[in-house]
Design a protein around this ligand. Sequence first.
Ligand SMILES: [Zn+2]
Ligand SMILES: [Zn+2]
Length: 154
Amino acid sequence: MANLDQSLLEQAEVICKSRGVRFTPQRKRVYELICANEGASSAYDLLEKLKQSEPQAKPPTIYRALDFLLEQGLIHRVESENSFISCCSCSVNKHYSHLLICDQCGNVTELQDDSLIALLENNAEKHGFRITNHVIETHGTCHKCLGDMKVQDR
Ligand SMILES: [Zn+2]
Ligand SMILES: [Zn+2]
């Protein structure tokens, strides 16, 4: 838990309280595990980690907690990786994010660009298409891994 951002956790607690939803210790623990992981976490990874403090944890335990966190907008699903990241601005109401996914280190960066979403909505509208969800994920190499590669080249 070395790199856990306490303010994120406090913010999540405040959000749940204001919405009148229960941020149970188990849900909080799963959220903490997602926040503490620099990259995205799979349900399997989370279960293995949760078992260290709750040996009786089962897959449904994780899936229920993930459903709750997704519903509250505290985390995002990385669709192409089938994994989860914490939202960088969960106090904002429901939003679509653009994810930059590093294929080298697995790091995921969340970007929010309203003009991009507006463009997508505009395009869909021209086709009389009604949007229910966007999955906007970009794969590549992050600046940190690009830097490492340059060092190796020398
Ligand atoms: Zn977000
Ligand atoms: Zn990387």
